[in-house]
Structure formats: structure tokens, C-alpha cells
Ligand binder design. Sequence first.
Ligand SMILES: [Zn+2]
Length: 316
Amino acid sequence: MSQFILIIILLLPIIVELKEHWSYENITIWSHDNRYCGGNLQSPIDLRFNKSHIDRRLKAMYLQKQNSHDSLQLINNGHTAQLNLKNHFVLKNVAPASEDYRVEQIHFHWGHANDDVNGSEHLLEGRSYPLEMHMVTYSSWFSNIHEAMSNTRALAVVGVFFELSFESNPFLQPIINALGRIRDNGKHVVINENFNLKALIGEKRMRRYYRYDGSLTTPPCYESVIWSVLQEPLQLSSEQLQAFQRLHGEKSVLMKNTYRTIQSIGSRKLFRSFTSENIHDDEIKKQISSSTSYGQYLSVNMKFLFVLMNLLMLIA
Ligand SMILES: [Zn+2]
């Protein structure tokens, strides 16, 4: 018996390591070791305007700066580039009369070199973006993110898409400049340049977002996240995007396609804080109106068919 216990104790670090080991190359087996990854409230999802409901209680969210002099640390954790922002901001107006959510970190998801299309986790009208930023926050009812992580609606994550532009985004540049110094797994660096998260996202953008209940998009996939995905993307240049694509993950392998495939929305409801008038992307506007008119066309046809069937039955 004592020998058996000894073997278990000796094997424990290996068992724990195996459980914590996951990669984007084996997404389909995440649920084998992490039961939540196979749940019904998983993220990301495809965000469709015509399948969402307006919720007028969803107010403009905003970031409130805290008095922190902690340095900003950017780390390569083997899966992404993550900027730790502990004690720097709180996120307000997550829900009506809700508590504050403390910003813990931001991190990114992207595709790979020579792919300017894929990279984002969420999709907008079936369309992906080359980069998606996640701002991870936790409810101030909890003393830290680890305590909050597995509790219902204890996390609030804001997703922001990036689209390619000819000009580089100056607000993102302090992170881009530091990426070259964290090329390898486990590296970290302090950002000394002035990084302004509020200016990067922009106040107006925080008014228009999709909202749904979902999960962490990496193991252990806890279903504890209030998701807000901003409708309007930010911009970055292809040189800036390439800086992410050059990072190395575990075993010095290039970090690529760091996004989870979309999950079924199931019986969940998707809400939004905006109307179609607030959409400025003409392509998306066109797509939404064409699928609306198709829906209307279909419902008119169904009504006609119903009347016709009734008439036929009367005649018979
Ligand atoms: Zn993420």
C-alpha cells in the first residue's frame, strides 16, 4: 500500500503537467481532460445581427483608471502574448447595477504568416478577422482572478477585432516593439513606453457590442464569462500583425493559428447594445439587409402556401 502511495506521489507532477498541457493542434481532444470544454455554453461563436436581440439596458462600458504604479509586464506564456494590467483599470457598466470588474490582462489570438483573413476567435456575420484582442476582467466580489475563474458570470471578457490597414496603429506600437524581446516561450519584458489601453480601444467603440454568456476559449474552458464583443474593429498594419506571427511557443515551435473554432450557440440568446443604424461597415450592412429581406421573402411565401393549402382543403 505504502509503495502504491509513493508511486502516486512520484507520478503526480507528471499527471498535473499532462492535464495542463494543451495546444491548438489538438483542440478536438480538449474535452477529454477538461469536461467543461464539451459543455453547452462554450466560446467563441459566430455573431449574427439577425439572430440577436437588442437589449436597451446594455449601456456604454468604460474603463476607469486606478492609481497604480505597477509596471506593465508583457509575457510569452507559450500560447499567446499577454500584457498583465493588474490594478490599472476597472471596467464599469458590465451589466445594469453590476459590480465593477477589475482588468487583469489583455492577450491576443491570430493566424499565421501569409494569412490575412483568419486569426480571430469570434466571427462577425460569418467573417473572421486577422487578430482578436481579449481584455480579461473579474468581478470585484472576488479577491483575485483565480478565485473568480470558475464562478458563474464572475469573469467579463471584452473581445476586440483588428482589421488590416495601410497605416500602423500608434496605440498598439508599444506592445509591437516589445514582442521582438519575448520571441521565446517564458520570456517577459517590462513595457516602458507609454501604453494607453483606453486610447487604443476608444471610448465610442465600447458603446456597441454583442453580449452573451460563454466560456474561456482555452482549457479549462470554464463557463463563467460574460462576453462583450465590440462590433467595430480596430486597425493594424500587416507589419504589426507579423510581429505576433513571429512568436514561438512550447518546444520553440512557431505560435500559429492560436484560435479555437466556433462553438454552437445552442439555446443561448445573443444580445446587442446597438441598432443596424450604428453599423458603419457597408459590406456588413448589405449582408444584414439581404438576409433580412430573404427572411421576409421566406415568411411571405410560407403565408401564401398556408392560404393555398387551406383553399385546396376547402375545395376538396
Ligand atoms: Zn483569449
